[in-house]
Design a protein around this ligand. Structure first.
Ligand code: AHR
Length: 879
């Protein structure tokens, strides 16, 4: 037996954690203990959480008194099925194989014929999870593992109680990847394998193993580290008053070290566009008619909204008329539903409310289009009217006579007044029955005057960020909620009536009116590289079950369909880059763009679970694209979380094996995390894949976008610039959110039908985008005092924009006191005396601050007071 002593540690937070741990063993932290060689561990999922809180571990010297490791610490959680309530670990069974590797199997739910498996060397880091479908039509309860020495195989067993049976089964496996078909198991499959013990006053069911004390000690330390991290990462400005009580303004000198400079990316700031929060339909896509195609379906909202169906946003006006939905002989097979209006008295018609009303501007022209045909009665015109809430006419126009064949009719309306809540009325001028579909009203004033284009104010706000690239169509929208819901790019090009609308993963409807062609055009219009993200053959890792035998995310496109899927990705590249004589390039040319779009990047997958199913499909796509289009930079995915998490580790391992050039990382973290992780990329291997930080934002409780979150992001961006030789691109997410239609906060730009409301976080992105450089000059920082918490809240970044020969200094102050900064520029040769200074500052909870710009005279020692909680940018011409 060894002995050990509880050590006091310098950091007070860690000290608190230590005391909490030793309490069961000792009355005082100074006592010396005899360290055992081994002890018992009990692995369980707390009964009270019904499987929603992952694998917990308790330890005991004698197997009688059990001590939990952490108050509610989970060593691994299930990642199966929909986010939140559906991700469950029921009755985990922990088993150590002869080679020392731990295997854990657990029940996923009471419904599915699959169980979960994950393995670990140390119970701290867990490998990818798998969900073998062993009992289609049944379920897998009380899973257990037994080693069969005679066959050198493991038998995973379970009970099935679905379909009126109550029987045990097992499947043999050599590697926990491939399983033999299930066979009946005689008797009770887990008899004697599980135990019930009392942990923290609760009786729990789980497995007991004996392991070395060194291993237990490592588990305890891992949990302590997790606790410690959650304390320091949880630091926020709310406690700055105590943290920095008595702190005087800080003096700082920032000095560029010209001998220590490097070339960095000129692509850092980009825009992440996803149709979330009504960003596209009802948002930037300028269409004013909601549900123009009558394709809204109850399934868009999984049947939860009784008013959400193909009649949504439409109502009948006038008397003696009926409005039905039909699908016989539609305009296009991809657009099955249309309206049938039966009129007995002229004056009745259909009205559309738009999204929260239709915003009109006096004197502006609006293009009205409709597909129509008469089903009975005479041919006649349609009268189109714009009216306000009181029924006052704001515009009127007529189509030509409607014939009995589907045809597109067009007319132009001019708005008489500026209103935010108009509606549009379609009033046939004849009695009888008329079929109507694709009823559209588009302002002629769109961004860059594009037909089927974008709202100019929103598009301009994005353009003003000077994004070097635009990622689209997501996010989760890209890989979809289940295989059927994956975003298939080819369904979003061509005539609008032929595009395939579908359920939006965020619980509404996507018309695909804003499709790949429009995304590429927008990129071209704002000088940004298009970065399309295609699914890696697997849907969103948080997909719902949707009746699929493997739940949503665990399935992939069946392998026999993968060839076609890979072809469709190759077609995308040909569509974007092929000349107009190629099959797909011709489609682009026909749409109005004969010149290639010059696509350079292609994202494959979006923060997917890295499973065998994913890896197999990703690898196929990767090799096929690389073989045919070696010039395209493929972007791989490293999961939704930070370093040390399974998808991150496995995603990067795959990147190293395949030689993926760029890896997409995602993380939404607290301001404290950004403060304590400024060195996140400092140690990245520069010889491996470059990073595309595809989604990030600072999140506080309540999810505001305020000065505190914006400055945390600014701090991180200075660290990204410093690592601009490995971090190639970064995009804050999400970008747009329509007020009252928001599923996710915070976002960068909020809007309603008439206003655009950039956030403070937006201004940070804009200041970095407008002040990008391509050379990083290491900055030397000298601060008065030597407090680490002060040092971590002050950052500087020096970059040079070689095109304009501008030196740009970005300074972040996340302290509640001013920083009297001197920017020491001895030896710098200025071109002109005047330079520009922009400051964004406010109280931490300020959501409305705006940057203010002034000019100043350059000198060798520029004094710049950085106000408390501020971001300052200096820009000067040099020679
Ligand atoms: O940005 C919002 C969502 O966050 C994205 O759709 C998804 O990729 C991530 O989880």
């Amino acid at each position: 037996m060894k002995s050990f002593q509880i050590k006091t540690v310098m950091c007070s937070a860690l000290f608190v954690v230590r005391i909490m741990f030793v309490a069961p063993l000792a009355a005082t932290p100074h006592k010396t203990f005899a360290e055992p060689d081994s002890a018992y561990i009990f692995a369980y999922s707390p009964a009270k959480s019904n499987g929603r809180n992952g694998l917990h571990i308790a330890w005991s010297l004698e197997g009688k008194d059990w001590h939990t490791i952490g108050a509610d610490h989970s060593f691994v959680r299930s990642d199966y099925s929909r986010w939140g309530q559906e991700k469950r670990m029921i009755d985990p069974y922990l088993f150590r194989a002869n080679n020392g590797l731990w295997h854990c199997v657990w029940t996923l739910n009471e419904r599915d014929g699959a169980f979960a498996h994950a393995a670990s060397q140390n119970l701290i880091y867990w490998t990818r999870q798998s969900y073998p479908l062993v009992m289609e039509g049944g379920n897998c309860l009380m899973t257990a593992i037994v080693y069969d020495r005679s066959s050198d195989e493991h038998m995973v067993s379970w009970k099935n109680d679905r379909n009126g049976t109550n029987q045990s089964f097992y499947a043999s496996t050599k590697d926990f990847r491939i399983y033999a078909p299930a066979k009946p198991f005689t008797g009770n499959n887990d008899a004697g394998l599980r135990q019930e013990v009392v942990v923290a006053g609760n009786t729990e069911r789980g497995t007991v193993n004996k392991i070395s004390w060194t291993e237990i000690d490592a588990l305890i330390k891992a949990q302590q580290l997790a606790d410690y991290r959650s304390i320091i990462w949880g630091e926020s400005a709310a406690t700055d008053r105590e943290r920095f009580a008595g702190l005087k303004p800080v003096n700082a000198t920032f000095t560029p070290d010209w001998a220590n400079s490097k070339t960095i990316t000129d692509m850092l700031i980009g825009a992440f566009f996803e149709d979330i929060n009504y960003a596209a339909d009802g948002g930037i896509y300028a269409e004013l008619v909601q549900n123009r195609d009558f394709e809204y379906a109850p399934s868009d909202k999984e049947g939860r909204d009784p008013n959400w169906n193909s009649r949504k946003a439409w109502s009948i006006i006038g008397y003696d008329a009926t409005f039905e939905i039909d699908s016989v002989q539609p305009v296009h097979p991809n657009n099955k539903h249309y309206a049938v209006l039966q009129i007995s008295r002229v004056g009745a018609g259909l009205a559309n409310e738009g999204w929260d009303g239709i915003a009109l501007q006096a004197g502006e022209k609006y293009d009205f289009t409709v597909f129509a045909r008469t089903l009975s009665g005479k041919n006649g015109k349609l009268m189109i009217r714009l009216t306000n809430a009181d029924g006052k006419k704001l515009g009127e126009a007529f189509t030509k006579n409607i014939s009995s064949e589907w045809k597109k009719y067009e007319t132009i309306l001019v708005a008489k007044e500026t209103v935010s809540n108009a509606r549009i009325e379609i009033i046939p001028q004849m009695v009888g029955s008329v079929a109507l579909d694709m009823i559209s009203l588009f302002p002629q004033k769109t961004f860059q005057g594009r037909k089927n284009g974008l709202r100019p104010d929103l598009a301009q706000a994005i353009a003003d960020m000077k994004p070097r690239f635009v990622r689209f169509p997501g996010g989760c929208v890209a890989h979809g909620d289940g295989i059927e819901n994956m975003y298939r790019w080819e369904n979003t090009i061509g005539p609008l009536e032929s595009r395939k609308p579908q359920r939006n993963v965020w619980g509404y409807h996507q018309t695909a009116g804003l499709g790949y062609y429009e995304y590429f055009l927008f990129c071209e219009d704002i000088g940004a590289e298009p970065v399309p993200i295609v699914p890696a053959g697997v849907p969103c890792q948080n997909s719902a079950h949707h009746g699929h035998p493997l739940g949503g995310q665990q399935g992939g496109i069946p392998m026999h369909e993968m060839d076609d899927y890979v072809q469709s990705i190759l077609h995308l590249i040909e569509w974007a880059n092929g000349d107009a004589k190629t099959v797909w390039g011709k489609k682009r040319a026909e749409a109005g763009h004969p010149a290639p779009f010059n696509l350079k990047y292609l994202g494959v997958g979006n923060e997917d679970l890295i499973t065998d199913i994913f890896e197999e499909r990703f690898t196929m796509i990767f090799h096929a694209v690389k073989a045919k289009y070696p010039e395209i930079e493929i972007i791989g995915t490293a999961g939704p979380f930070i370093k040390e998490t399974t998808d991150y580790v496995e995603g990067w391992e795959l990147a190293n094996v395949l030689g993926i050039p760029l890896m997409d990382e995602h993380y939404y973290q607290s301001p404290g995390w950004y403060i304590h992780n400024q060195d996140y990329y400092d140690s990245y291997d520069r010889s491996k894949a470059k990073v595309y930080l595809g989604e990030y934002a600072a999140h506080l409780p309540g999810r505001p976008n305020n000065i505190e979150t914006a400055l945390a992001e600014a701090l991180h961006l200075t660290a990204l610039e410093r690592n601009g030789d490995v971090v190639h691109m970064a995009s804050y997410a999400p970008l747009l959110a329509k007020e009252k239609f928001t599923q996710w906060n915070p976002d960068l730009i909020y809007f309603n039908n008439t206003e655009v409301k950039p956030t403070v976080g937006y201004y940070v992105q804009q200041l970095f985008g407008q002040n990008a450089g391509d050379e990083y000059i290491t900055g030397d920082v000298t601060l008065s005092g030597n407090r680490e918490d002060v040092r971590k809240r002050v950052a500087v970044s020096f970059v040079r924009d070689s095109k304009n020969n501008d030196l740009i200094v970005k300074m972040v102050n996340l302290l509640p006191v001013a920083v009297h900064a001197t920017v020491a520029l001895q030896g710098v040769r200025f071109a002109g005396d005047e330079a520009v200074k922009t400051v964004l500052t406010g109280a931490p909870d300020d959501r409305n601050a705006k940057p203010e710009t002034s000019t100043f005279t350059v000198s060798e020692n520029i004094s710049s007071d950085l106000p408390p909680y501020s971001f300052t940018v200096l820009r000067m011409k040099i020679r």
